[in-house]
Ligand binder design. Structure first.
Ligand code: SF4
Ligand code: SF4
Length: 386
């Protein structure tokens, strides 16, 4: 018997249908959020501001392999039936280019400094996978929980409302299950959706915060039944077996520390173009540079921050030259930082297993393959001749 939907008086979990998904976007917009969600644009699934759930990539999925990405039609109308797009949410929380301040000097007076204000509307990020929730938590440690709080990141992050989507469609380069960072969102979200395609197309919704429960209470739906809950758990359980890659996380920090001269770094260095793609698509990489822009006739100046990369030769330029002049040195810096010294700095790995660096490396260098090769020859390297 079909029951009419009712206002949800937040239960532990509810189900909503496609109308409910539309209502979720509308409720978030009514509450003043800039809703950013996945949408299909120029042959990719990208994260952009959306005004309605109609803009979600219904019926599309991504095929991802090393150095390969393409969209394909699904044989259903899933709204979240793809792994992770080329962009990560850092595009909004740590934009690729952002003005930090402006200064203006008038009539001999002291310069006047104006700091860049935070975005006018807080973000509601819709469709955040568990790996990317972990990535946001990693960047929170870097920018909010260290000795210094980054003002711009804090302004973007603090009001952000996170709608997670439990992953039922991992890609060929995903390995979050190996790292314990997915596919099911365990914390760090306001609402978590699981899309169910069997039977009626619906979404199980769980609240992970008080404000998530408030938004859920504005939606029409049903209390989730044990059948819904079991179906939702099955989605992520099956996704574990669908990951295209695996990675043995055991002892990675020390494995890398004792293999700094491993010949695999020279091998990867020969293939690596030092293009920096892997760092730009990585949801945790945070290296930036600052640029000062002067407008002489106006007596004005601006300071901008932009993404940079440890693959850029200038990034390690200090007095006397760059300290990582070779592609081998830069590849080694990236890999050993991401999986090793990141743990010393921030108490966590810098990798969440999203697979983007594998998909978007133009020559298909694969972290899981490189680390497995280093592990396979651990202890066999002749360091004197490496
Ligand atoms: S290192 Fe690669 S797989 Fe790991 S989080 Fe970064 S982009 Fe994703
Ligand atoms: S590993 Fe691949 S993506 Fe990264 S800098 Fe080298 S060529 Fe570019």
């Amino acid at each position: 018997m079909h029951e009419e939907p009712v206002l949800i008086d937040p239960p532990p979990a509810a189900t909503i249908d496609l109308d409910g998904l539309h209502a979720l976007v509308a409720v978030l917009r009514d509450r003043g959020y800039c809703v950013v969600g996945p949408t299909k644009r120029e042959g990719a699934i990208v994260y952009e501001e959306i005004e309605s759930a109609d803009e979600l990539p219904a019926g599309w999925t991504e095929v991802q392999e090393a150095a390969t990405y393409r969209l394909e039609r699904r044989d259903d109308e899933a709204r979240f039936g793809y792994p992770v797009g080329p962009q990560s949410w850092k595009r909004y929380l740590l934009p690729a280019r952002v003005r930090l301040w402006q200064a203006r000097k008038r009539d001999g007076a002291a310069p006047e400094f104006v700091e860049e204000p935070p975005p006018e509307r807080p973000f509601a990020l819709l469709g955040v996978r568990s790996c990317d929730l972990h990535a946001i938590a990693v960047q929170d440690r870097v920018f909010l929980e260290g000795a210094y709080v980054d003002r711009d990141y804090a302004g973007r992050r603090e009001g952000a409302f996170l709608v997670a989507v439990n992953c039922g469609t991992p890609g060929g380069t995903c390995f979050c299950a190996s790292l314990g960072t997915g596919p099911r969102a365990e914390s760090g979200y306001d609402l978590a959706l699981t899309e169910l395609l069997e039977g009626e197309h619906r979404f199980v919704v769980e609240a992970g915060s008080e404000r998530g429960a408030e938004v859920l209470a504005d939606l029409m739906g049903h209390v989730a039944t044990p059948v819904d809950i079991e179906a939702a758990l099955r989605v992520t359980h099956e996704a574990i077996g669908m990951m295209g890659r695996t990675l043995d996380p055991f002892d990675l920090r020390d494995l890398l520390a004792r293999n700094l001269d491993h010949p695999r770094f020279a091998d990867a260095g020969q293939r690596c173009l030092t293009c920096g793609n892997c760092t730009l698509v990585c949801p945790t990489c945070f290296c930036t540079s600052v640029e000062d822009v002067n407008v002489l006739e106006d007596g004005a100046a601006e300071r901008w921050r932009r993404w940079d990369s440890c693959y850029s030769v200038d990034y390690s330029h200090i007095h006397g030259g760059a300290i990582r002049p070779s592609s081998r040195a830069r590849y080694r810096q990236w890999l050993t930082h991401k999986f090793g010294t990141w743990i010393d700095q921030f108490g966590t790995s810098g990798c969440v297993g999203c697979g983007r660096c594998i998909t978007w490396c133009p020559v298909g260098i694969d972290v899981t393959e490189e680390l497995a090769a280093i592990r396979a020859a651990d202890g066999e390297v002749d360091h004197a001749n490496a």
